[in-house]
Design a protein. Sequence first.
Length: 428
Amino acid sequence: MSAVVEEVVQPCPQCGAEVRGDRRFTAWCAGCDWNVDPAGPAQQPGRLERARRALARRYGEQLLAEASARGELRARRDASSLLAGAIALAVHGLTLALAGGGLWFVVHFWGGPAVALGAFLLLLAFSLRPRPPRLPEDVPLLRRDQAPELFALVDEIARVVGTRGVDVIAVDGMVNASVLTYGLRGRRLLTLGLPLWEGLTAQERIALLGHELGHYANGDTRHGLVVGTAYQSLTTWRYYLAPTPNPTPVQMVVNLACMPPTWLVHGLLMLLDRLTMRASQRAEYLADRTAARAGSTEAAVGLLDRLMLADSALTTLQREVNDAARSGARTGSRADDRANGLWERLTAYLESVPEHERERLRRAGALRGHSVDDTHPPTHLRRECLLVGAPTPAAVTSDGDRAHAVTTELTDARRQVARQILRDGVRD
């Protein structure tokens, strides 16, 4: 895919200054911010959600002020985190009580009608049980013997961050990266989204790995095993207690009877969300710091700038999917040919995004703040936090040979994910 650059020049309708830009992107004025965010922030559905966003914005700004004043942030277990843990344990305690009650009914009333009640309670407890995540089944999975250079890089970064490496690396088609702990033995999974990974420089990739491994080192209550599975159990309760639409008279009575426990479940979910929000945002700031420590402050800031191009990456991939569909190249050998150059075309397009468009995205992000995502601090605040104090040099570097070796180990995964995207479409 070739990026055709066509410069446009026009006067700013607001201040009259000359506006120069690329026809592929939004025209805007750097002097007065005319048209810097033509879509505007998304409207939030209701007062509760708006209040939640406002709280998230306040927490993000408070944490930035804390980092600016002290020069550092520290992972810690505060009263909110402890209370969230207590609530989560109570949720799991209820599940255990249901299981115990069901077992008691089955044992003590064996052969009688009460056994049905016991069986129901056991099934309910089983559906509410804490379920650690499992390995994904529909994406390429890499283990140490398949990608020794990549795992060696992850291990080196993990030592710098102050944690251990991962057991499995998954590769998918998301513009994202993540870590989680899976299985009863607490194994670690790192997921790399190729649409993000392919557009990064070698040092930005190290910063990305440092950020994700930083979540293990710094802790994140919201995604921990105890609180995270309590969220799942409460969400299951909410599903079970949801009112029946278009109810009959009997169902209407049941809906009314379920209203108090429904409010209780909803209230607990909101309370857990509020109690863990500040710790979750602190974890993101701390993960950005570990990204800078591993790959350098410059690389960590560059990574955040690249993340702002996520929509451009998705649009480019969707264009590839549409072109493949029109040419009949979504399956078979023609799809393989098209998949082989997908990542190179995506990278070329992202590299062609001019600085004035990147600056517009930075300014638009600052205007939107938490209107897009309240689980992460806004990107402009994360950039400011990284730039507090002296720049951090890279503790881990990657030369051309190392980067080439890692890319070679990802060859099969790159091809497989490219085929999946062209066949099934883009997932955002």
